[in-house]
Design a protein around this ligand. Structure first.
Ligand SMILES: CC(C)(COP(=O)(O)OP(=O)(O)OC[C@H]1O[C@@H](n2cnc3c(N)ncnc32)[C@H](O)[C@@H]1OP(=O)(O)O)[C@@H](O)C(=O)NCCC(=O)NCCS
Length: 474
């Protein structure tokens, strides 16, 4: 009743007060990322692939793409690296962690979880550590966060005075067989410490909205292939339709819209789709407002043209280029102020699947640090097949090692990106070919050099006859 009355009043201050009175202080207290040391320039890929100049850089909005040589690194090694680095950089005693969840869609075994590999990073006596892998395309990282949050909430109810910690590790190596999809590959992983209290990035699930469906837009039916089967343009449609559903539900549940958020983050297979997503939120707000939303500063849109665009059926709206163009132009300033800052890593690394949304969060913390204090962030997660959720994060600066300021210092992304090595397109192409050839290979020693790997990186030593993998840490 009370919530409904506030919604009807349409008052932004009342809405903010209602939702903030409902929040817990659990959420993300520390963040670390890991990405491969080699990358290829999208500009050079355009020439190599003989597509038009600008197709990957402007058409998809990507700058560089990280790639992995699986002779030395795989999803398990990358997750061990980022998890171990998180513990060291924030001086976290692993014995304090009581839940460890993983999100991935590129596991290295159909049964044994990546989480089980992470157990080799914690002291051998610390075995009372629940959590396994969450697998559903790019949604696994978000599912892992929700699981960890539900666990922390449960712990808070059992013992409100105790602070409990969980860790979520998520990330992937993204590769496509089809030439058209290859520039939307990438690689990277994220590790996040979640705290039951006083987190600087408070995850608010009270107004979360989700959408699930059975579709075949991207899936991995062939166990002998490292590649997905992807219906690229259909996956874009499924993504945008899920965004609409989640946003409409989220608005109803929270009484808020885009205007109420300082930053907005989206799962990013490639940047252009995120630009379209932001435009789609503005389009949804225009449908509700029956005109240009009040938070759009300047608009030269002709009233009758707008009326005509807003009368297009939802089904036809996704393929309507005029709607895309008009709301793309209307949302440019909002994109620049609320979204661009979240794209440092996604443009440099490419699609990191389950980590994609969370490298966006890391990019924002890296760029803003303490300035994020009291800022509200809108999050949209999508996994093909499909699963999607929208929720919010409220930032509150802390002191000490779990402050936004310290996260910014630890992340240090610009420096770390600069330390990478640029590879030629030929090297990229031959590495991808070798990765495909050795997929499922056993009984082999790794031979590639490890000089280019940073200190603290886990790397593969060998795979024995029973496909058991041995790793070392540099
Ligand atoms: C996304 C994907 C379908 C694009 O492949 P494609 O069909 O070869 O690309 P398109 O011809 O549609 O071109 C992509 C964009 O670049 C633009 N473009 C093409 N050539 C261009 C050029 N020379 N300069 C500038 N832009 C160019 C196109 O106009 C198009 O823009 P639009 O999306 O605004 O219409 C493909 O990369 C893919 O399948 N990716 C994996 C799936 C995925 O990421 N799905 C997302 C949901 S999870």
């Amino acid at each position: 009743m009370f919530q409904q009355a506030i919604r009807r009043s349409g008052c932004a201050i009342s809405r903010r007060w209602y939702s903030s009175s409902n929040k817990s202080s659990a959420g993300i207290a520390a963040l670390e990322v890991y990405f491969p040391q080699k990358y290829v320039e999208q500009k050079e890929l355009e020439a190599f692939d003989k597509v038009g100049d600008g197709k990957y850089t402007k058409g998809l909005g990507q700058t560089r793409m990280a790639f992995v040589d699986t002779d030395r690194e795989d999803t398990a090694s990358m997750c061990m690296t980022v998890f171990h680095n998180l513990l060291e950089k924030y001086q976290i005693d692993p014995k304090e962690i009581s839940r460890l969840e993983v999100g991935t869609e590129t596991p290295i075994d159909k049964s044994k979880s990546i989480k089980s590999y992470l157990m080799s990073v914690v002291p051998s006596a610390h075995t009372d550590l629940e959590g396994i892998d969450n697998i559903h395309a790019c949604y696994g990282g978000t599912a892992a966060i929700f699981n960890a949050m539900y666990y922390l909430e449960h712990q808070r109810q059992i013992n409100p005075n105790e602070t409990k910690y969980a860790v979520v590790v998520c990330g992937d190596i993204s590769n496509y067989k089809e030439a058209a999809a290859r520039p939307s590959g990438g690689a990277g992983v994220v590790a996040m410490l979640l705290s039951s209290k006083d987190a600087a990035l408070r995850v608010n699930l009270a107004t979360k909205a989700s959408h699930f469906e059975h579709v075949y837009d991207f899936f991995k039916p062939d166990p002998a292939s490292p590649f997905p089967v992807v219906d690229g343009h259909y996956s874009n449609l499924c993504y945008l339709r899920s965004l609409d559903k989640c946003y409409q539900r989220f608005k109803k549940q929270s009484g808020k819209n885009l205007q109420d958020y300082d930053y907005s983050m989206f799962h990013s297979p490639y940047n252009k789709l995120v630009q379209k997503s932001l435009a789609r939120l503005v389009y949804n707000d225009a449908l509700d407002a029956k005109g240009v939303p009040s938070y759009i500063n300047s608009s030269n849109v002709d009233a009758s043209k707008l009326e005509q665009l807003l009368s297009v059926s939802q089904e036809n709206s996704y393929s309507d280029k005029e709607i895309e163009k008009t709301f793309g132009a209307l949302s440019t300033d909002v994109y620049n102020s609320k979204v661009e800052q979240t794209h440092l890593l996604s443009k440099e690394l490419g699609n990191c699947y389950t980590a994609s949304l969370y490298i966006g969060l890391a990019s924002l913390v890296n760029n803003q640090g303490s300035n994020l204090n009291d800022k509200d962030l809108l999050m949209f997660s999508y996994g093909s097949g499909l699963a999607a959720s929208m929720y919010e994060i409220n930032a509150k600066e802390n002191e000490g090692r779990f402050s936004l300021q310290n996260m910014q210092k630890v992340l240090n992304l610009q420096n770390r990106l600069q330390q990478r090595t640029k590879a030629s397109v030929d090297e990229y192409a031959s590495t991808v070919d070798s990765n495909v050839k050795r997929y499922l290979e056993n009984n082999r020693q790794s031979t590639t050099g490890v000089d280019h790997l940073q200190k603290g990186t886990y790397y593969l030593k060998d795979i024995d006859q029973m496909w058991r993998r041995k790793y070392e840490r540099k």
